[in-house]
Write a protein that binds this ligand. Sequence first.
Ligand code: PNS
Length: 170
Amino acid sequence: MDLQSSSIQNTMRTAIYPGSFDPIHNGHLDVIGRASRLCERVVVAVAVNHVKTGLFTMEERVELIRKASEHIGGVEVKAFEGLLVDFVRRERGDAVIRGLRAVSDFEYEFQMALMNRSLDGEFETLFLVPSQENIYLSSRIVKEVASLGGEIERFVPGVVKEALRIKMNR
Ligand code: PNS
């Protein structure tokens, strides 16, 4: 991309926020809220992974994100299969959003951002930092705490808390 010529005033209309979201937690919602203040349209893109089956089905994940983010304007939730760059192109995305929590996230995120750029240099990857109280959250840790009977109310939206209770037979 010619960075010189693209420095003329540009606005970002569509941001794509991809992930597994198994399930969505308050850290994800924090990032969606921040992205929605930067862009008119935020597409939360739930990746179909045929290798790694999660706790929640694709339909359940999409539904939980829809319910949890309905108070945030301009958010759409879609499942996607295949390469993220192809989905971004189909959705006319201007940027890919990823949440960055800690230095430990950095290597993987950097690798993905550079791979996506080499596959399609037309969009940027933007890293957003969630607020401090959400910075340590991950779907894996939330599921582990829930499965061991820990209190997860502060970490996930109400719909997810209820869905986890049902899944874990509690
Ligand atoms: O929430 P996650 O599991 O960290 O999200 C990872 C995700 C889904 C964003 C990433 O695995 C992805 O983009 N998958 C789509 C396939 C793809 O495009 N892979 C090449 C990019 S490195």
